[in-house]
Ligand binder design. Structure first.
Ligand code: BG6
Length: 505
């Protein structure tokens, strides 16, 4: 890997301390960074290099697993960290930043390779690239690399995403831009590709002839914690659905790419987004349910309602839960509903995809209730990463009574070399110039095209309900209406263990 300076804008923020620093520490500890790398934190706080190092030192133990943390690696890692105090919104500060980078270049013998990470509030996403351009910190000469990672949500709606793309494409080439969606950095998300495209047995079944419906769930048992200011202006649809959940839909639904490279893979993702069947106003009203958690006493503790959280407008109508039904209009998926769901303050934290196969055409045995199918596949992304296949078996000794059983595989049985978290994987990919797992400009816009009408209807039609749900429950009951009478949401059990990977609550 080349030497480089990683410039983190938003260096005193939540993402930096929770995700970026722990991931960079992990990469450092596992010798995945070039010996001459530097990390330059940029932000308004008036840290010096030393006081910023001291701050990071206090944060690492909070977010790095204890068995990964050791004093020698921490001390060495901290020596690579610097801080530059400035307001990134002000263009006049960028020549100083440039000088600081040039000094650091000499110090660590770096030929001017920079990786900018925008871990700032989204309002700065459009400003920073232009300011970098004003002092020529964007252009590459003599084999230099200048790359930029920008966090989601990329845009607030379709038109702002288009405007951002316009800005980014006027400052950087597309292959310098890395729009990050950390779900794609998760091992188990990448493994959906292996499951589908390294095995011949699933592909013949992976279509509308054999699959009845698909569920994609990513729920959390936490509220919005310290992120009220950001979240209240964003909501679950922008925070989770427009990016993470729709990526999971894309990986489940995409056609096999011809080659395993960035363009082939991303071409297939875009095709899924382009095939999403647009929702009419009536369908938005009936197929998209939004909710907001309310105060509750789950498990004998008082959980604040969303409107009581810090930095939240007490009359806020921001959604913390979304469930929706979508269709993909193509030959593989025509007519197969995809039910997707996300929420804060739900009973547990789990992300998974459930593929429900169609029932047999005729129920021959006892115990096969009516028309319902005994066959499904659960792709568990987190926690207890694994895959469960469900099918019917004869109960021993009985008179052909059929019971649904599970065959399960858990990733921790696989061993292999140590894997950092999703951010470590994506940071390393970006440093190597590998963009397969980052979102391309056309994909961002295609996804916004689908979700934009939902957001604008919610904004303009105040009669559309926002349902309350007590914190710690599975969301508003109205979400059941979109899966129809024959189906129901699959709610994973609360305390997941490897042996009991899956059960109804
Ligand atoms: C982030 C969202 O992108 O993903 C958060 O902004 C959410 O609101 C998080 O909590 C979930 O990610 P993970 O990896 O913890 O499932």
């Amino acid at each position: 890997m080349n030497s480089q300076i990683i410039v983190i804008f938003g260096a005193s923020g939540d993402l930096t301390k929770r995700k970026l620093m722990p991931s960079l520490y992990w990469l450092y500890k596992h010798n995945r960074l070039n010996a001459s790398f530097a990390l330059l934190g940029v932000g308004r706080t008036s840290y010096t290099d030393d006081s910023y190092r001291a701050f990071i030192e206090t944060q690492l133990p909070l977010f790095v697993p204890a068995d990964e943390l050791d004093t020698v690696s921490t001390t060495e890692f901290l020596q690579h960290i610097y801080f530059h105090s400035m307001d990134p919104d002000n263009v006049e500060n960028y020549s100083d930043l440039k000088q600081r980078l040039e000094v650091l270049d000499k110090q660590i013998d770096n030929p001017g390779n920079y990786l900018y990470y925008l871990a700032t509030p989204p309002s700065l996403y459009g400003v920073i690239p232009l300011h970098l351009q004003s002092v020529n910190l964007n252009t590459e000469s003599h084999g230099q690399t200048r790359r930029i990672i920008v966090e989601k949500p990329f845009g607030y709606h379709l038109s702002s995403a288009q405007e951002l793309n316009r800005i980014y494409n006027s400052v950087f080439r597309e292959d310098q831009i890395y729009r990050i969606d950390h779900f794609l950095g998760k091992e188990t998300v990448q493994n959906i590709l292996a499951l589908r495209f390294a095995n011949g047995i699933f592909e013949p079944l992976w279509n509308r002839n054999y699959i009845d419906h698909v569920e994609v769930t990513a729920v959390e048992n936490l509220g919005i914690e310290e992120r009220g200011g950001f979240y209240d202006g964003s909501g679950a649809l922008r925070d989770m659905v427009q990016n993470h959940l729709i990526q999971l839909v894309a990986l489940t639904a995409m056609e096999p790419p011809a080659l395993f490279n960035a363009d082939s893979f991303r071409n297939e993702v875009v095709k899924v987004y382009q095939a999403l069947k647009p929702l009419t106003t009536a369908q938005i009203k009936s197929q998209v349910i939004r909710g907001q958690y309310t105060m509750s006493h789950a498990e004998n503790r008082l959980i604040n309602g969303y409107r009581e959280e810090k930095n939240i407008n007490p009359h806020s109508r921001t959604e913390t839960f979304v469930a929706l039904k979508l269709f993909i209009d193509n030959w593989r998926w025509g007519g197969v509903p995809f039910y997707i769901r996300t929420g804060k303050q739900m009973p547990t934290k789990v992300s998974e995809i459930v593929i429900h196969f169609k029932p047999t055409p005729h129920s021959l045995f006892q115990g096969m209730a009516g028309n319902s199918s005994l066959n499904s596949m659960i792709i568990r992304i987190q926690p207890n990463e694994g895959i469960v296949m469900k099918f019917g078996m004869k109960v021993p000794g009985s008179n052909f009574e059929i019971k649904q059983v599970s065959m399960d595989f858990t990733y921790d049985r696989l061993g292999g070399s140590p894997v950092g978290d999703a951010y470590a994987k994506l940071l390393e990919d970006c440093m190597m110039g590998e963009s397969t797992l980052f979102t391309r400009s056309d994909a961002v816009e295609a996804s916004w095209c689908y979700f934009d009408p939902i957001l604008s209807l919610w904004e303009n039609d105040k009669s559309i309900p926002l349902y309350g749900y007590p914190a710690g429950t599975w969301g508003p009951l109205e979400a059941d209406s979109i899966v129809g009478q024959e189906n129901s949401w699959t709610n994973p059990c609360k305390n997941l263990t490897n042996t009991d990977l899956y059960c109804e609550l």
